[in-house]
Write a protein that binds this ligand. Structure first.
Ligand code: ADP
Ligand code: MG
Length: 393
């Protein structure tokens, strides 16, 4: 199990604190459209402020401005939401990444927050430039790393900075690593992996890491069709990754007893043409039709398998849940997982969005804030953004 240095191990009272958060939120017409991430980090921010540090400086990226100052990617709407939602006094620095921001920090009083502009406005951020990392570090005496969702990236504001400051995991980071490493290294049997989403290729890593630890792998979503094809079924115009058929075959040959595939699917001529939607058995997919959700019999089968689970890791929606016509299985399984005895962990950005859409997220053990990071957590030995926080025994 990975053990991190946490906020319990540092006294920040009277100290200058720099904290990396992930405020990469969706914006709409210049306003924050979804403030889940702000809410998630607020727990850590609140705790830091309660300990009365001398100052708190927040670092975050937003979107992909590619090393240039792009107004549309300014953190201004984020600073505003954080201030308004929690009654905080948040000062956004100008985007110049120079002494101006440090001078601004000196004018702030205890309890006020400095937010630097989008870290990716600087070309050094994604290159993990040591000069930029040093600049970020100059805002503090202690670094708190809370942005788990960027932990799969080696950037100046989450990895480089740890070279220059004593670094500790914030509460979001701590919880993510604790839950996900339990699932990865020490899952409670029967442990089941529920997979879906678009591509097999995205999920090969997680399958390979967990295959010997899982009791069952249930596969839905677009990726199921490459497996069905490997079983010899005609899949019409459903999503197929021809170069992954061999992988699917090998999995089915070596671990067939663990793998649960759909028995029926919801098909349509296309995602947008909903004039002729039907449910068919997997051996009866008409040509010219594509599978966009799993059918009721499959949902029943999946529920039957999941009912015995003690731990479930769910990554990938079971259908094109963004459209009501193809959301049924994802929604039903999402509800069902709120009722089972198992500890349920959701990873993947779209899966997290789906379970929030269906109002189930708060009922699970854990919904990861990391999209790509949660997947890579399972694929890699250790993520670059987690490594500098590991406690030496
Ligand atoms: P996550 O972000 O949770 O890891 P993915 O990115 O792998 O999930 O997959 C999510 C996408 O998969 C969704 O946008 C959904 O519409 C799509 N999807 C699910 N089922 C199908 C299907 N049968 N055919 C095509 N796309 C699908
Ligand atoms: Mg996705």
């Amino acid at each position: 199990m990975i053990k991190l240095r946490t906020m319990d191990e540092v006294d920040i009272t009277g100290k200058r604190v720099v904290m990396r958060v992930d405020f990469n939120v969706p914006l709409k017409e210049g306003k924050v459209a979804d403030d889940n991430r702000i809410e998630a980090h607020y727990t850590t921010i609140k705790e830091v402020l309660e300990k009365a540090p001398k100052s708190l400086t927040l670092l975050s990226h937003l979107g992909r401005p590619k090393g240039k100052v792009v107004d549309d990617y300014s953190l201004k709407p984020v600073a505003k939401r954080l201030a308004e939602k929690y009654g905080l006094d948040v000062h956004l620095a100008p985007p110049s990444f120079d002494d101006g921001a440090l001078k601004l920090l000196e004018t702030l009083k205890e309890g006020q927050i400095l937010m630097l502009e989008n870290t990716r406005f600087h070309p050094g951020e994604t290159k993990n430039d040591p000069e930029l990392a040093k600049f970020f570090a100059s805002f503090g005496e202690v670094f708190i790393s809370d942005a788990f969702s960027v932990a799969h990236r080696s950037h100046a504001s989450n990895v480089g900075i740890t070279e220059y400051l004593p670094s500790f995991a914030g509460r979001v980071m701590e919880r993510e690593v604790s839950v996900l490493s339990t699932v990865k290294e020490n899952p409670k049997p029967p442990f089941m992996l529920l997979l879906g989403g678009a591509k097999v290729s995205d999920k090969i890593g997680i399958i390979e890491t967990l295959i010997d630890k899982v009791d069952k792998i249930l596969i839905g979503g677009g990726m199921a069709f490459t497996f069905l094809k490997a079983e010899g079924y005609e899949i019409g115009s459903s999503l197929l990754e021809p170069d992954k058929i061999d992988f699917a075959k090998k999995m089915l040959d070596d671990h067939g007893d663990k793998i649960v595939l759909p028995v029926d699917v919801v098909v349509s001529k296309s995602i947008d043409d909903t004039s002729d939607i039907k449910v068919v058995a997997v051996d009866n997919i008409p040509s010219g039709y594509m599978g966009l959700d799993v059918g009721d019999k499959t949902v029943k089968l999946f529920k039957d398998v999941l009912k015995d689970a003690e731990m479930v890791l769910w990554n990938g929606p079971l259908g094109v849940f963004e459209k009501d016509e193809f959301a049924k299985a994802t929604k039903e399984i999402a509800y069902y997982l709120t009722e089972v005895k198992a500890q349920v962990v959701v990873g993947g950005g779209d899966t997290a969005a789906a379970v929030r859409k269906f109002d189930c997220a708060k009922k699970y053990w854990h919904v990861s804030t990391g999209g790509g990071a949660s997947l890579e957590f399972f694929e890699k030995d250790i993520l670059p953004g987690v490594k500098p926080l590991v406690k030496e025994e």
